[in-house]
Design a protein. Structure first.
Length: 515
């Protein structure tokens, strides 16, 4: 016979109300912590010519009834500016290695249509090209990151693109830009040299690609660009450490500024799960895959340290995020998926990992910004909704450009059957005004967790907080219920000079500001 207490505890567990034992997080908030800055570019995004990412998502054209500026949706511009989007990667992805940039410049009526062979075989009319992208970045206040075509392009084609965009001297590409209505060059530092060269970018071996990279890279800083060009080599697929080793060993430091890494939180490529209607086991497996980012970043960084101990070359995680089944009834080639609190958990934990590794991780790009994979924005006609992932990005933007404060702790477990994951993730920083921000995530969907933050003797007078949480981890914002999930003020932090306690509800994100 079960006791009343047993049934009460089952009820409380089901509500996610039972608080587990406490995790103690040590934050080195002392003024003398010598730490690197968290690059704002860790909070960057990715927009590919894929499904409704560009067309319908960012760009509706200047004849659309949807309010726009030069064809770019005004609601999207406002939302991404508010989120503080620092950089945007374009035009792919796999699409980048099929894209010939000269198809997308000049009068639109003269631009050729092509077939988007990677994504649904749809017609790409090239109405959104280089000028539209770079002008849009100026509207967003974001730095452009252009992925060049190595797979089916030429060295000359990419060198010409760099010149078209960045050159102010007399040369045919600069003249072409001026003829297309843009007198002064844009500011474009970030250039990708191909994408996934091990796969859709040409199925190359790392040795072969290293040679290709050197050839392209040599001719990219042509003419008179700013000299600040940041060339990113196509990087490893998840744990392909040999890829990073081969590139670091063979490419001289003066030809490379960044090396990429791609890792998606995926359960199984053949059984990815619905984006919203998933079991706890599927949730657990998604989080397990997302948390592998810690090991990936650590091990790729250790290889880079061998060849570049001064950490000149950045690790650029230019594709990351959760990847699920497409929404029922949508084009499988469009990768359109909803975005639930699971995605907020993936975003919160992954961004904490990147912050904590900011000595090497200089940029990261969530895949992808609008209507594709783990988006921050979803659109439907004139409607736009912000996803739980958007709110994590917006809550965490206080870390952009701030000084990292090291954290150390042993997390309580999130248990499922006999399996476990660390329930708690955290990172901390001090901004230019001296405000300390701490972002904490509790991925446990069944239990609240008590956290004690020990601030290493540094005393604070006030603490404010914001929280993102919902009744169920499967909850999401929909076009019928657009603000079901949004950040709220968190008043549960108890400050006692140099320590703070918080009670984190199940599956929640909290960002604290200490003065
Ligand atoms: O983000 C979707 C696709 O995933 C990208 O085009 C490719 O680089 C990766 O495999």
């Amino acid at each position: 016979m079960r006791s009343k207490a047993f049934f009460l505890s089952v009820f409380l567990v089901c509500c996610g109300c039972i608080t587990k034992a406490q995790t103690i997080i040590n934050v080195d908030a002392s003024d003398n912590a010598a730490s690197p800055k968290i690059s704002k570019y860790i909070y960057s995004h990715f927009a590919e010519h894929l499904g409704r990412g560009i067309y319908d998502g960012f760009y509706v054209g200047d004849t659309s009834k949807i309010p726009n500026t030069n064809g770019v949706r005004n609601d999207v511009i406002a939302a991404l500016r508010e989120m503080k989007i620092p950089a945007l990667r374009w035009p792919g992805g796999c699409f980048a290695d099929t894209y010939h940039w000269k198809d997308g410049i000049g009068p639109k009526s003269k631009r050729p249509s092509i077939v988007n062979s990677w994504w649904g075989g749809v017609t790409e009319d090239n109405s959104f090209g280089t000028n539209e992208f770079l002008n849009m970045c100026e509207l967003l206040g974001a730095d452009p990151y252009i992925s060049g075509n190595v797979g089916s392009g030429t060295v000359q084609e990419l060198a010409d693109w760099v010149a078209y965009v960045t050159s102010d001297s007399n040369n045919p590409m600069s003249d072409l830009r001026k003829a297309n209505g843009r007198d002064k060059p844009w500011k474009v530092n970030f250039w990708g040299v191909g994408n996934e060269a091990w796969g859709c970018g040409g199925n190359m071996t790392p040795d072969y690609y290293a040679n290709e990279f050197k050839k392209y890279s040599t001719f990219m800083p042509a003419l008179d660009n700013t000299g600040k060009i940041y060339r990113v080599a196509s990087g490893a697929n998840s744990d392909d450490y040999n890829w990073t080793e081969t590139l670091m060993k063979n490419i001289p430091n003066n030809l490379i500024e960044g090396i990429a890494l791609h890792h998606y939180a995926i359960i199984d490529w053949n059984a990815k799960s619905s984006a919203t209607n998933y079991t706890e086991q599927q949730y657990f497996n998604s989080m397990k895959s997302a948390l592998e980012m810690e090991e990936l970043v650590t091990k790729h960084s250790a290889i880079m340290d061998k060849y570049d101990p001064k950490k000149k070359v950045g690790l650029v995680v230019d594709e990351w995020g959760g990847w699920y089944d497409v929404e029922p009834g949508t084009n499988p080639g469009f990768l359109f998926q909803q975005n639930s609190m699971r995605d907020a958990m993936i975003a919160g934990t992954t961004l904490n990992i990147f912050n904590n590794h900011c000595d090497r991780v200089r940029m990261a790009n969530l895949a992808q910004c609008i209507n594709v994979l783990q988006s921050v924005i979803l659109t439907k006609g004139a409607q736009m909704i912000l996803t739980p992932t958007y709110y994590v990005m917006e809550m965490y933007n206080v870390h952009q450009g701030a000084t990292l404060l090291p954290v150390s702790f042993v997390s309580e477990d999130y248990n499922l059957g006999t399996h476990k994951l660390p329930a708690i993730s955290a990172s901390a920083s001090r901004d230019k005004d001296g405000v300390v921000h701490i972002s904490v995530v509790n991925i446990d969907p069944d239990h609240a967790h008590k956290i004690s933050l020990n601030l290493n003797g540094k005393k604070f007078n006030t603490v404010k907080g914001r929280i993102l949480a919902s009744a169920k981890v499967q909850d999401y914002n929909s076009f019928d219920d657009p603000v079901k999930i949004a950040p709220k003020d968190y008043k549960g932090a108890v400050l006692n000079d140099s320590s703070i306690t918080i009670d984190m509800p199940s599956a929640s994100v909290i960002v604290l500001a200490l003065n």
